[in-house]
Ligand binder design. Structure first.
Ligand SMILES: [Zn+2]
Length: 253
């Protein structure tokens, strides 16, 4: 069975370039991507973008450290619920919400997806829930939002037919995961933050901020193998790459 894949962005962030690429200087403005996967047995969202509070009044939500390192470019109509409606999908119709990880730019819209089961790797959930509220990367208000949370361990085939498969890509965070989607147009690898930039995969150039260097390099090698077998790699925050991505409601695959 093949699924339909739609890609779209929910705003942009300006952050230090060195966070994304070790040794780089200055700032970089990056897209915040999400994906909708339409399968005969359900609708899957991969990541939910930024919290709508960052459109108007980010400081009480993101805190002083967050304000120092982030400039939000995020406007009404770009939040996840609006993006879904533009693709004729009501947020309440989403059956599965896969979070690559629980950083605020990937889980900030979870509260807008009320009826989905949340699929997150167990080490990511445990790590995030154990952190203090003032952690710069994680906000419990984003992901502790009351849906059924399925803490998965390792690879997980969402519909049991190989079309939508979560696989662990630990390294960026302790429990990061990526998603493989099989469409009629071929396989796609939704990296999340396991590989931000095309340059990182081409040159094995690590980001500046990661939980585990060795694990991140192993993930890069796995992505290269998947690419060699024909999969298209969807880089997590690459501004040049995202200029080339057809966005919903246009179908990607
Ligand atoms: Zn991110």
């Amino acid at each position: 069975m093949a699924a339909e894949l739609y890609a779209f962005t929910c705003g942009f962030l300006t952050i230090p370039h060195g966070f994304l690429l070790e040794g780089a200087h200055g700032q970089i403005t990056v897209p915040i991507p999400s994906y909708l996967i339409v399968h005969p047995n359900g609708k899957v969202l991969f990541d939910s973008g930024l919290n709508v509070r960052t459109q108007t009044d980010p400081e009480p939500y993101i805190g002083p450290i967050g304000m120092k390192f982030n400039t939000f470019h995020f406007y009404p109509g770009e939040e996840i619920s609006a993006r879904l409606r533009a693709m004729e999908t009501e947020p309440g119709e989403v059956t599965h919400l896969v979070n690559s990880h629980l950083h605020y730019d990937h889980s900030g819209g979870n509260a807008q997806i009320p009826n989905a089961d949340v699929l997150v790797q167990r080490p990511e959930w445990d790590h995030a829930m154990a952190l203090p509220d003032e952690d710069p990367g994680y906000r419990k208000v984003d992901f502790d939002t009351g849906q059924c949370v399925r803490r998965i361990a390792g690879e997980h085939d969402v519909f049991g037919d190989g079309s939508v498969v979560c696989f662990p890509t630990y390294g960026h965070t302790p429990g990061h995961q990526s998603l493989r989607v099989r469409t009629s147009g071929g396989d796609f690898v939704l990296c999340g933050d396991a590989c931000y930039l095309r340059q990182s995969l081409e040159q094995l150039h690590l980001p500046g901020v990661i939980a585990d260097r060795e694990a991140t390099l192993q993930v890069f090698h796995r992505f290269r193998q998947m690419r060699a077998r024909g999969a298209r790699i969807m880089f997590g925050h690459d501004p040049e790459f995202w200029k080339t991505v057809p966005q919903g409601p246009q179908r990607l695959g």
